[in-house]
Design a protein around this ligand. Structure first.
Ligand SMILES: *[C@@H]1O[C@H](CO)[C@@H](O)[C@H](O)[C@H]1NC(C)=O
Length: 310
């Protein structure tokens, strides 16, 4: 009986409370979220289909890009449909299970994305610094390892977070001041002692972030020094343009995720936090396909001359 009572309160619904002060802007908000969601799904789907159908894009870089697009679709699908539902129906509750499913998917996607971006940086490093050995180093097996590792680590890491956070108690405070079950927002309302959980999460997060970031940085230090050694400026530009899409995506991703996750955790910053998160959740995943299609000559060529697809 006692255990049942505890379980009942343990699995009680959470309530998402966000943008409640924006009653008048609601339609604008709904429309823009819907638009960003469709744009993101559509754009990323196009990338996957184009890479899949054009034999000349069957190179490691585009396989990784396909993986990145899959990730982006998973990420927005974990968050935006629920947010739309909540904005349209006004029902703020989210079940315990859905809430942690959301937490799992969002954390897993962010982690995987970060690691995948470092795999892509490594790919660019090999392509630019040791071009003659490119096809030997980036063989099928290496590609599969380089893309499977981020997914595995991302999922395991996220599973650990979900395990830790779902075992905290939330007492009476079931009101999440956010538009999805965000890790920081959940930790903020827990009534357990979160010191140990915080230490594990921070250590893990910083270690993973540090590894990924130093891989990206090292790759680019080598890439840039290789580019600077090139004598003719036309060739220099050509080589540089082959990694400019990746660099843009890395910068976008790093800046936005750093601004959301590294910002000081004060109560007053939650509104700003949420706006930044919305930007991050809805806009950045939609930008990846844009960056890669508009800036990338190879993809543009395939889109312009569909006959090469077959
Ligand atoms: C993800 O990467 C693997 C290995 O490079 C590749 O075989 C697979 O097709 C990629 N997935 C997508 C959706 O592009």
């Amino acid at each position: 009986m006692y255990i049942n009572l505890i379980n009942a309160s343990f699995y009680e619904d959470f309530h998402l409370l966000a943008f409640s002060g924006l009653q008048n802007a609601s339609y604008v908000l709904i429309l823009s979220i819907l638009l960003m969601y469709l744009l993101c799904m559509f754009g990323n789907l196009i990338i996957i289909v184009v890479v899949w159908m054009a034999p000349r894009l069957h190179t490691p870089m585009y396989f990784f890009l396909g993986n990145l697009s899959t990730l982006d679709m998973g990420y927005v699908s974990a968050i935006l449909p629920k947010l739309l539902d909540y904005q349209i129906t006004g029902k703020t509750n989210i079940s315990f299970t859905s809430c942690f499913a959301q937490l799992f998917l969002s954390v897993a996607c962010i982690n995987t994305e970060f690691l995948l971006l470092s795999s892509m940086a490594f790919d660019r490093y090999v392509a630019i610094c040791v071009p003659l050995k490119y096809s030997i180093i980036m063989n099928k097996r290496a590609c599969i390892i380089l893309s499977l590792t981020p997914w595995t680590i991302g999922a395991l890491n996220s599973l650990l977070y979900v395990y830790l956070i779902s075992h905290l108690s939330f007492c009476d405070s079931k009101h999440i001041i956010h538009f999805y079950c965000d890790m920081k927002a959940l930790l903020r309302i827990s009534c357990s002692n979160i010191k140990h959980v915080n230490i594990v999460i921070l250590t893990e997060g910083y270690t993973l972030g540090f590894i990924a970031f130093s891989m990206i940085l090292t790759s680019y230090v080598f890439i840039i020094s290789a580019i600077l050694r090139i004598k003719t400026s036309a060739r220099r530009l050509k080589i540089f343009s082959s990694c400019v899409s990746h660099l843009t995506v890395v910068l976008l991703f790093c800046c936005s995720s750093l601004s959301v996750y590294m910002s000081p955790d004060s109560k007053s910053s939650t509104e700003v936090d949420m706006m930044l998160s919305l930007l991050y959740v809805a806009v950045v995943p939609a930008l990846n396909p844009l960056v890669y299609t508009l800036r990338n000559k190879e993809v543009l060529d395939v889109l312009r001359t569909p006959r090469v697809i077959s």
